[in-house]
Design a protein around this ligand. Structure first.
Ligand SMILES: CC(C)(COP(=O)(O)OP(=O)(O)OC[C@H]1O[C@@H](n2cnc3c(N)ncnc32)[C@H](O)[C@@H]1OP(=O)(O)O)[C@@H](O)C(=O)NCCC(=O)NCCS
Length: 282
């Protein structure tokens, strides 16, 4: 089956709603999509120079992943063989599929329908969700999350506890995109379709969402998402977590400030040194 035939089949079965459940051809189409995702032949979003954000969402791929959830039934997964020692009085609870509780295999885990390229390092515990794409040489450090359909470029460092949000629905919504050679510092959060361009550095603790204005001190500009465009962090920007005074109403009276990510500089030799030191420490 060609990719365009697969696309048409997936779109038809997705449109069929619950009627697709139990249909062997629907399952075969989902499994073909899952296999294509796992080798990187198809992606939930692809680079597209013609699009203003530089990325195109492949809504049919997200529909296919949702179809997989619709077609799946609860099933027990055998243990991965790791052994545990704890007080005999409090053993781990065991659920059967009949109890209707879904316990997703964890510690570290990479879910089906995710692409993980050669040379990626995954430190425990971490999780890569369905539809995500993680390119060569990337480090996914402890407690990092790569959400569903998120697109992570080459040689990216997702530091400890970095959270990269997933966007599965609505199917035409852009996933989070982290381009090549980005450093996402510890405890960062990147959500809601934000695009972080090549070489950018997010200092530890920076949080980016559609609603977060970013203050570019170098260019004197305030970057925001719009109805048509996600929040875009420019190439090589160095973003640190800051704050800004509330200038209106009670906020001003009470002397409050709000969280504000700030572009303090664009990557220079010192930044390269700081981030290389991080690499050496690994
Ligand atoms: C961003 C980072 C790479 C530093 O980059 P750099 O190019 O060396 O930055 P500089 O030291 O030149 O700092 C530039 C300005 O930003 C400020 N700054 C730098 N890092 C900052 C931070 N994390 N928070 C707030 N301000 C910061 C500096 O004080 C300086 O401002 P000033 O000139 O007014 O003093 C570093 O702070 C960082 O966050 N590294 C990631 C750490 C991490 O998460 N490691 C994960 C390991 S698992």
């Amino acid at each position: 089956m060609t990719i365009s035939q697969l696309q048409e089949t997936i779109e038809n079965f997705f449109a069929a709603g619950p009627d697709a459940i139990g249909d062997n051809f629907a399952m075969a189409a989902f499994l073909a999509l899952r296999a294509a995702l796992e080798v990187g032949d198809v992606r939930a979003a692809s680079p597209d120079a013609a699009s203003p954000s530089g990325w195109r969402v492949n809504a049919w791929v997200k529909q296919g992943i949702l179809l997989g959830f619709r077609l799946g039934v609860l099933e027990e997964f055998p243990s991965a063989g790791f052994s545990f020692v704890d007080k005999s009085t409090f053993p781990v609870r065991h659920f059967s599929s009949g109890e209707g509780v879904r316990v997703v295999p964890g510690g570290s885990s990479v879910r089906s329908a995710a692409f993980v390229a050669r040379g990626v390092v995954c430190m425990p515990p971490m999780y890569i969700n369905a539809g995500a794409y993680v390119d060569e040489g990337t480090m996914v450090d402890s407690h990092a999350l790569v959400g569903s359909c998120a697109q992570i470029g080459k040689r990216v460092h997702l530091s400890a506890a970095a959270q990269i949000g997933g966007v599965l629905e609505p199917v035409n919504a852009s996933p989070v995109v982290i381009e090549d050679d980005v450093l996402v510092g510890g405890n960062c959060g990147v959500y809601e379709g934000t695009v972080v361009r090549k070489g950018a550095v997010l200092a530890a603790g920076a949080i980016l969402t559609r609603g977060t204005p970013v203050f570019d001190l170098v260019n004197g500009a305030i970057l925001r998402a719009t109805a048509e465009m996600p929040l875009i962090i420019p190439e090589n920007a160095v973003v640190v977590p800051g704050s800004r005074a509330v200038s209106k109403n009670k906020g001003q009276e009470w002397g409050l400030s709000l969280y504000a990510p700030v572009i303090v500089k664009y990557r220079d030799e010192k930044t390269d040194l700081s981030t290389t030191l991080e690499e050496l420490l690994r």
